[in-house]
Design a protein around this ligand. Structure first.
Ligand code: GAR
Length: 208
C-alpha cells in the first residue's frame, strides 16, 4: 500500500475526486495519508479534515530562499513517509531538490492538452482564457510526471474535451474538470500504485 501525499492550494475538487475514487475502491494499492497546502485558507484543507486526513501548511514566503523552501517541503514529505506526491491544483513552483527526491514519483494534473497552453504562467483559469483566445475547438486535461521542466515531464494520461460556442473560462474550466481531470487523475494514481507505469527515455508507457 503506497502512501500518497496530495499538494493543494485551492478548492480541492481534484483532491475530492481522489478521495471519492479511494472510497469506491478504485485505488486499491494506495491511500491518501497527508494533504499539504500552500494556502492556509484553501477549502481543500476542509475536505481533507472531513475525510480524517492529516494536513500541513507550507508557504514559500516564510522561507529565506527557494532552496530552503524546497528542503522544508522535502522534510514534510519524508515526515509523512510519502511514496507518491500528487499535485492537485498546487500553485507554488518548487525546484530541483524536490524533483530529485521523487524522480517519476510526482504526478501533476494540468487543465489542457500538453504541449498546448502549458508552462510558466499557464495555471488555473489562465489556461482556459488562453484556449478560448486561441479559438481551439478541443481542449482537455493531462496527467504527467513532474521533472525540472515546467509541465514538461512524461505524459501519463490525457483526455480531450469540447469547447462550446459562448464558453467563458469558468464554464470551460468546469467542463474540463468534470469530463477529464476528475476521471484521469484518479486513474493515473491507481495505475502508478499498481506499478503499471514505466518511463523509458522520457516516455511513460502503461503496462496492461
Ligand atoms: C485544476 O483545474 C487544475 O488542473 C489546475 O488548477 C485547478 C485546481 O482545482 N492546476 C493547474 O493549473 C496547475 N498548473 P481544484 O483545487 O478544485 O482541484
Amino acid at each position: 500500500m503506497l502512501n500518497i501525499t496530495v499538494l493543494v492550494s485551492g478548492g480541492g475538487t481534484n483532491l475530492q475526486a481522489l478521495l471519492d475514487a479511494q472510497n469506491r475502491g478504485d485505488i486499491p494499492n494506495g491511500r491518501v495519508t497527508c494533504v499539504i497546502s500552500s494556502n492556509p485558507k484553501a477549502y481543500a484543507l476542509e475536505r481533507a479534515q472531513n475525510a480524517g486526513i492529516e494536513t500541513e501548511i507550507i508557504q514559500k514566503k516564510n522561507y529565506e530562499s527557494p532552496e530552503q523552501y524546497d528542503e522544508a517541503l522535502v522534510a514534510l514529505l519524508e515526515k509523512h513517509h510519502t511514496d507518491l506526491v500528487v499535485l492537485a491544483g498546487f500553485m507554488t513552483i518548487f525546484g530541483k531538490t524536490v524533483v530529485e527526491h521523487y524522480p517519476n514519483r510526482i504526478i501533476n494534473v494540468h487543465p489542457a492538452l500538453i504541449p498546448s497552453f502549458c508552462g510558466k504562467g499557464y495555471y488555473g483559469l489562465h489556461v482556459h482564457e488562453a484556449a478560448l483566445k486561441c479559438g481551439v475547438k478541443l481542449t482537455g486535461a493531462t496527467v504527467h510526471f513532474v521533472n525540472e521542466v515546467c509541465d514538461g515531464g512524461p505524459i501519463i494520461l490525457q483526455k480531450a474535451v469540447e469547447v462550446h460556442p459562448g464558453d467563458t473560462p469558468e464554464l470551460l474550466q468546469r467542463r474540463v474538470m468534470e469530463q477529464a481531470e476528475w476521471e484521469i487523475l484518479p486513474k493515473a494514481v491507481s495505475l502508478f500504485c499498481d506499478g503499471k507505469i514505466e518511463v523509458k527515455n522520457q516516455i511513460a508507457e502503461i503496462k496492461e
